[in-house]
Write a protein that binds this ligand. Sequence first.
Ligand SMILES: Cc1cc2nc3c(=O)[nH]c(=O)nc-3n(C[C@H](O)[C@H](O)[C@H](O)COP(=O)(O)OP(=O)(O)OC[C@H]3O[C@@H](n4cnc5c(N)ncnc54)[C@H](O)[C@@H]3O)c2cc1C
Length: 442
Amino acid sequence: MSSTRTLHWFRNDLRLDDNPALSEALRGDELLPVVILDDRFWGTDRWGHVKTGPHRTRFLLESVADLKKAIEELGGSLVIRQGLPEKILPNLMKEWSCLTLTAQAEHTPEEMDIETAVASAVSGVGGSCQWVEGHTLFHPDDLPMDIGDIPDIFTQFRKKVEKHSEVRECIPAPVSLSCPNGLKSDELPSLNSILDRSGQTMPTADSRSVLPFKGGASEARARLKHYFWDTKKLAVYKKTRNGLVGPDYSSKFSPWLAHGCISPRRIASEVYRFEDRIEANDSTYWLVFELIWRDYFRFIAMKFGSRIFHGKALKPESPNRGTQKHPFEAWKDGRTKDAFVNANMRELARTGFMSNRGRQNVASYLVHDLGIDWRLGASWFEHCLLDYDPASNAGNWIYVAGVGNDPRPNRKFDTQRQATMYDGDGKYQTLWSSDALELDIR
Ligand SMILES: Cc1cc2nc3c(=O)[nH]c(=O)nc-3n(C[C@H](O)[C@H](O)[C@H](O)COP(=O)(O)OP(=O)(O)OC[C@H]3O[C@@H](n4cnc5c(N)ncnc54)[C@H](O)[C@@H]3O)c2cc1C
């Protein structure tokens, strides 16, 4: 038995490349790589929605399958379990004589509660945990301000980090893995078995989806290669990013980023390489700019803790909003009076994706036109989205609802005007009109 055998618990870091927590684990002699399909992922939230819907469940399983293959190609094996991490992890540590557990640090309340439970259970078997930052472009220690001093206005934050902080170098993927003798990979449970347990079924794939969105680090790399190098769409990203139809109006990296199949640093380093080799322009800058938005919401979650998940979030003086079932259900099912909102809601339910332009409009409509509490909308997004991320989701919702840290109060979108501006020819609304199921006009 090796004295330095480390259990690495893969959470939202389902990759080998540029994985700081994994690289900490690899300082030991042997690695016990573990994925847990946490029962809580398929629990029901206070609004009655199963937290992880079928689209993200599929994406998650594909991502784990891809990770397993990558680990096996390097001579290792992956332990895959279903249940509660705080029960499973200490048992595995005992069984395989691991003293240390490494995992990516999370900063939102539910995820941190799980960390606390795991840390306590692991110390109960004489082990210790190391929580490592790995989710953001800028390491929290490299920010030019304390987390408590993150500015309330994004632009102020961005200017400061752009001036004073540097993105750390990517950590290359390991070239081989040494796992304990006798360790064998587990089989992945089937998609249907997981969905059955939460009373869900997988809808048939919709040919109108902007992309097939297959999970996994190898798919993330393929998407990056396509968007940057094969089509050079990165060079026009800023002009196309408000699009609604087709695979390439934006990067579509978000589902892979949310599951950690690719790191934001790897994406940024490829942007810099593109700028060196092809061209540097507004568009190449803007993709990194958007990754800074992603960081910003994560740091805001760190700064304000559970407050960003409250109805009035950071604006206690804001008006009460309703939770009426009827208008909410109409919004959710794409049956409102607004055809543009409806088209977006149908796309979300059928594919697990919606453009940023769409998300802003449907969120504004729910809160400002229908007068509904933003948390119901955020809960439905959590159920549906392939790219669900607690900090980005709550952060964007409270921003649009006008209850975030941003001082400007009114974030209402005129959805009719937006439809004219961004879908002037009605192509998107036609694509997602209820009777166009079999159309494929990409
Ligand atoms: C109400 C609402 C809820 C949202 N919920 C989520 C969520 O749960 N998970 C999520 O990843 N994004 C969320 N977003 C942000 C944004 O809509 C998606 O990140 C984006 O549409 C993903 O498409 P893309 O990868 O093609 O983005 P691109 O335009 O190609 O941008 C590149 C990357 O930058 C990041 N990014 C871009 N815009 C934002 C933003 N506004 N906030 C945070 N990161 C951003 C994403 O990681 C994205 O993949 C939400 C936005 C709104 C308005």
